[in-house]
Design a protein around this ligand. Structure first.
Ligand SMILES: Nc1ncnc2c1ncn2[C@@H]1O[C@H](COP(=O)(O)O)[C@@H](O)[C@H]1O
Length: 303
């Protein structure tokens, strides 16, 4: 039977995308960029994700299991010191996990079938604090998002984000846009360059009114008050006094949740278990299920 027009168009599109050299040409960058936007957008729509609460924080914060393993393996004084620090830092992992559980249970991620999901936990999909937050959401039976990034050193998304909502971006910029665009609120745990970059980008967007105001909590007073001298920025006229009210520093998961509500977060009513057909099994994904389908994310030429 001869092909109709639609079939011909579809076949020539398939030929184009099968041809890696064609897709990877520099001139095709805007289309690759756009496809990264669309891929995540469609999946989030299919899952009814209307809004998110984004958790940022260090990729290096160890889980309690990892800290325990380090303690057991520690021999010399240096290893013992590292194990002690890991045990202290793993408390932040546990706090991020507890916070994500609270958000998922009370925020609206467990919406009844067909209803939009609000305040769904979203992270960078990597290890450390990101893993803790995806894990907490999973333990609440809720979906959660991992906006992961492909990096030159091989790394996989963590095992706890919902597989269909785990994306591997090539473009940092597109990933950041997806992280920001549905965020009802932000919780920022202690971290390094990546965390600071994400926090200050969001603060800049809100400060300049390029993004609407939204509740932001910085988790861990001892860390944030030492890491950033916000008062100096005011004293030196680098920011206005009222810019300090763009965020609040908190010290417990419950305090973080209360701060978000006080600052205007709308939490959806809690569904009863019978109303939660969206509830997901609580389990760590086996390795074979962890990798999302490949996207054309490794252009050889340029970025
Ligand atoms: N390995 C990573 N996978 C995904 N996202 C990552 C990874 N490393 C950093 N990020 C992003 O940046 C912050 C954490 O950076 P730190 O320098 O460790 O603070 C995290 O929120 C991710 O979105």
């Amino acid at each position: 039977m001869p092909e109709n027009g639609a079939q011909k168009r579809s076949r020539s599109f398939l030929l184009a995308v099968e041809d890696q050299d064609f897709l990877l040409r520099d001139e095709m960058r805007p289309f690759r960029f756009g496809m990264e936007y669309a891929k995540a957008e469609f999946a989030l729509r299919d899952w009814g994700v209307r809004s998110t609460i984004v958790v940022f924080g260090s990729a290096r914060t160890p889980s309690p299991e990892r800290a325990q393993a380090m303690a057991e393996a520690a021999r010399g004084p240096a290893e013992k010191r590292a194990a002690k620090r890991a045990a202290e830092q793993s408390r932040l992992y546990e706090d991020a996990r507890a916070f994500a559980r609270i958000v998922s249970l009370r925020g609206g991620a467990l919406a009844a079938s067909g209803a939009p999901r609000d305040n769904v936990i979203a992270t960078g999909g990597g290890p450390g604090i990101m893993e803790a937050a995806n894990r907490g959401a999973s333990e609440a039976g809720a979906p959660s998002i991992g906006f992961n990034i492909t990096l030159p050193h091989e790394q996989n998304p963590n095992a706890w984000s919902t597989p269909a909502l785990t994306f591997r971006f090539h473009y940092f910029a597109m990933r950041k846009m997806h992280l920001a665009m549905r965020a009802n609120a932000l919780a920022v745990f202690p971290g390094g360059f990546g965390t600071f970059d994400e926090l200050f980008e969001l603060l800049t967007l809100v400060q300049t009114s390029k993004a609407s105001p939204r509740p932001i909590v910085l988790y861990g007073r001892a860390f944030w008050e030492n890491a950033v001298n916000f008062s100096l920025l005011v004293e030196q006229g680098m920011i206005d006094e009222h810019d300090l009210s763009l965020f609040e520093i908190v010290d417990t998961p419950e305090e973080a949740w209360a701060s978000l509500l006080r600052r205007g977060l709308q939490a959806a009513p809690v569904a009863t278990p019978q109303e939660m057909p969206g509830m997901l099994p609580r389990r760590r994904r086996p390795a074979a299920e962890r990798m999302p389908p490949p996207v054309p994310d490794k252009p050889k030429r340029g970025t």
